[in-house]
Design a protein around this ligand. Structure first.
Ligand code: P6P
Length: 335
């Protein structure tokens, strides 16, 4: 039996197809691969170690920072700094971006935006969590310190994006703009193996993911779409199934495999929704589109939104094309 390709082999093999590639992106992806293994190990024993509990700090979102958030943030930032491809990192856990100012890094080509442990409050109830990352070429002059403008790029300029889902198995899924591939981690060997080549979003599906507890706060278009999902119409496989585990990466990953839509809309208590454009919505939108799916704010393509702040939030509709477009019809009609 031939062993499936490892993530490392896949990165190198696909690197050679990049014109004028110098291997830096490969090295960067390998840094993320190593960090994912370290975070995975800690998550898997979180129930045993004293790492659980509140770290006492709060992140920029005013959310209680779980110790694993802090740990994952440290691991990914250190891994990205350990080599020479990245000149700066912006993280959900840090109010401002982090510039790597030493001479080696100040000439580096890439910046990374990351949500090191999305859904971390789920860890202590043993529900899947995830890491989301987004990679851009810097815009500012190499050799100078990285600037805010390097991080405030529209998602359509991403060089690569991906996520790690720490679930019943741990997977790393990423794109460099030439399709989406998924790799499953074998902890007994310490390698990620290509398990989901050329992932494709089904054009439609029967799953809708939204926190219906916020129904009263939703825009009318979202309320109408939810009722549409719940109507009895066997010809269109409705009512759909409601699946929402409160962990974006897991809900997205399931919907990409099975077909479905995830919605976090604006609400009266969250005028721009909850999810962050730069390190949650843009990377997942890049992946979704590369897999044949769609991602909008209910009206406009996520990847075309010009960011104006590191932690800016946007309403988020992402999933199977036909489902997103149906939701957009209701948004266009009812707002
Ligand atoms: P709510 C986790 O905090 C997160 O950012 C996503 O992973 C998840 O989908 C969403 O928020 C859950 O938010 O308001 O439904 O609890």
């Amino acid at each position: 039996m031939n062993l499936p390709q490892t993530l490392g082999e896949f990165i190198v093999e696909n690197q050679k197809d990049f014109p004028y590639a110098s291997g830096e992106l490969s090295q960067l992806l390998s840094s993320l691969r190593i960090a994912a293994k370290v975070v995975n190990r800690e998550i898997n024993k979180a129930g045993l170690a004293d790492i659980l509990g509140i770290a006492g700090a709060e992140n920029v979102q005013g959310e209680a920072q779980m110790k694993l958030d802090v740990f994952a943030n440290d691991v990914f930032i250190k891994a990205l700094k350990a080599r020479g491809e990245v000149c700066g990192v912006a993280s959900e856990e840090n109010e401002d971006y982090i510039a790597f100012r030493d001479p080696i890094h100040s000439t580096s080509k890439y910046v990374v935006l990351i949500d090191p442990l999305d859904g971390s409050s789920n860890v202590d109830v043993n529900v899947s969590v995830g890491t989301i990352f987004s990679i851009y070429r810097r815009l500012s002059e190499p050799g100078t310190p990285v600037q805010l403008e390097d991080f405030l790029q529209p998602g359509n300029l991403q060089v690569a994006a991906g996520y790690i889902v720490y679930g019943s198995s741990t997977m790393l899924v990423y794109t460099t703009g030439r399709g989406v591939n998924g790799f499953t981690y074998d902890p007994s060997i310490g390698s990620f193996y290509l398990s989901h080549p050329e992932m494709q979003f089904p054009r439609s599906g029967k799953i809708y993911s939204i926190n219906e507890g916020n129904y009263v706060h939703f825009p009318d278009g979202v309320k109408k779409y939810i009722k549409y999902c719940q109507e009895l119409d066997p010809a269109t496989s409705r009512p759909y199934s409601s699946r929402y585990i409160g962990s974006l990466v897991s809900d997205f990953h399931r919907n990409m495999l099975k077909g479905g839509i995830y919605i976090y809309p604006k609400g009266t208590t969250s005028p721009n929704g909850k999810l962050r454009l730069l390190y949650e919505c843009n990377p997942l939108a890049f992946i979704a589109e590369q897999a044949g799916g769609k991602a909008t704010n209910g009206f406009d393509r996520i990847l075309d939104i010009q960011p104006n702040a590191l932690h800016q939030r946007v309403p988020f509709f992402i999933g199977s094309v036909e489902m997103v477009e149906k939701a957009e019809e209701f948004m266009a009609q009812f707002g």
